[in-house]
Write a protein that binds this ligand. Structure first.
Ligand SMILES: *[C@@H]1O[C@H](CO)[C@@H](O)[C@H](O)[C@H]1NC(C)=O
Ligand SMILES: *[C@@H]1O[C@H](CO)[C@@H](O)[C@H](O)[C@H]1NC(C)=O
Ligand SMILES: *[C@@H]1O[C@H](CO)[C@@H](O)[C@H](O)[C@H]1NC(C)=O
Length: 384
């Protein structure tokens, strides 16, 4: 083991508290004039609510009947029977919480069409270091070369500083198959600071999917039809609280994504407890069968200003060598194999495209299984 930590001592300090702020909604009347397509898009996105809740962070959460969620705008899901496990919680029965999209959210996007989507990009991979990754930089651990049917991990949650509004910092799982830049299928989940999408610098729970390398399919959360949510307790895109602090208590979240061998849908369990919903198998080509790469780790966007590397942080903003309570981590990294069994993956590799700026360092031990620390501060003397 590279990192001289005694993990056991800290185990009791872990907290797995997730509070998704929900409070009461006051009516919204907006006299402002917005372009017609913005209003049309809002009408498409924001489904009629049975109840609306205003959260402390300013979000409006709509409780939408489960059968009226965006997923069912998809023609393939017109007569879909919802795969239900359990429903309870704060939205009324048979409704799910959906973060309401506001005019300002869409107006911040480069176009109505791109709202809720990643920008076109040829993302970097474990993979040669490309000359132009559009400023995307990674520090990840990954496995490839086998057939994977899911992944499980616990990651601690921070609020990395994002220097510019159109940069971001995410920590997530990628479950992928296909070719980067061409027809990549990807299912993604984790936490992110993404001011352009949410209008603030909060750390938020998110999902993403694409079946064509981020070109015309897929989106974040429920911002297009695709992901079928069943949880009435957790809103996608909700602010995560509390967060880990430097030398303070550490808070982490668990994410498990796996493919149901019977129906072929990809399910997501959050916090070992909340079954959020699933990505129907038909959304994908390669992932309709299995994944061929799984990645865990951080990604940021660096839009160098004035020729300098951004100060946008990844993870905690501290390097792996600082260890527990200071650096950000993923632990208990597991994959689902061909026999539908969760196990430690063989042959974890790492990838960084700017290792003076953001670093990843793996290890394994009894308490944490396969784990890694990752991240960094961005601009520093070695990363000017
Ligand atoms: C849904 O059901 C209707 C009525 O039974 C049928 O006409 C339609 O073709 C079905 N659509 C799909 C996508 O299966
Ligand atoms: C996923 O990993 C967490 C620890 O990170 C563990 O508590 C949980 O049991 C795992 N899930 C399953 C289904 O084994
Ligand atoms: C991405 O890369 C692939 C192959 O490297 C190339 O064919 C494709 O045109 C690129 N796409 C974009 C949007 O740059």
């Amino acid at each position: 083991m590279v990192l001289s930590l005694t993990m056991g001592e800290h185990v009791s300090r872990w907290r797995r508290l997730m509070i998704v702020f929900l409070a009461l909604m006051i009516g919204l009347s907006c006299a402002k004039e917005f372009p017609k397509d913005v209003r049309k898009h809002l009408k498409r996105l924001n489904k009629p609510a049975v109840k609306s809740i205003k959260s402390k962070d300013g979000d409006v959460i709509d409780c939408v009947h489960i059968s009226q969620q965006p997923a069912f705008d998809h023609p393939y899901l017109k007569n879909h029977t919802i795969q239900l496990w359990h429903l309870n919680g704060r939205c009324p029965e048979n409704t799910i919480p959906i973060r309401r999209t506001m005019e300002d959210d869409i107006l911040r996007a480069s176009s109505v069409k791109r709202y809720g989507r990643k920008k076109h990009r040829n993302i970097s991979q474990p993979r040669s270091v490309g000359p132009d990754q559009n400023g995307h930089e990674h520090a990840i651990a990954y496995v490839k070369g086998d057939k994977y049917y899911g992944a499980n991990t616990t990651m601690n949650v921070w609020q990395p500083k994002v220097q510019q509004r159109n940069e971001f910092s995410v920590s997530q799982i990628w479950i992928m198959a296909g070719s980067f830049g061409v027809d990549l299928n990807s299912i993604e989940a984790g936490w992110q600071v993404l001011p352009e999408l949410y209008g603030d610098s909060n750390t938020r729970l998110f999902t993403y999917w694409t079946s064509d390398a981020y070109q015309s399919t897929g989106c974040y959360n429920l911002l297009c039809s695709g992901f079928v949510q069943i949880s009435s307790e957790i809103a996608m895109g909700a602010t995560i609280f509390p967060l880990s602090g430097y030398l303070g208590p550490q808070y982490d979240i668990n994410i498990l994504v796996w493919k149901d061998p019977e129906e072929g849908n990809w399910w997501m369990l959050f916090g070992n407890k909340y079954l959020l919903g699933y990505w129907p198998s038909f959304l994908f080509s390669y992932l309709a069968d299995s994944a061929s790469i799984i990645e865990w780790g951080g990604e940021i966007v660096n839009l160098e200003s004035g020729g300098q590397h951004t100060t946008t942080e990844m993870g905690s903003g501290h390097f792996p060598e600082e260890g527990y309570g200071k650096s950000s981590y993923f632990n208990n990294i597991q994959i689902v194999d061909g026999s539908n069994t969760l196990r430690a993956p063989k042959g974890i590799d790492t990838f960084t495209d700017h290792s003076n700026c953001y670093v990843v360092k793996t290890g394994d031990n009894g308490d944490w299984g396969n784990y890694f620390y990752y991240g960094g501060p961005g601009r520093n003397p070695e990363c000017p």
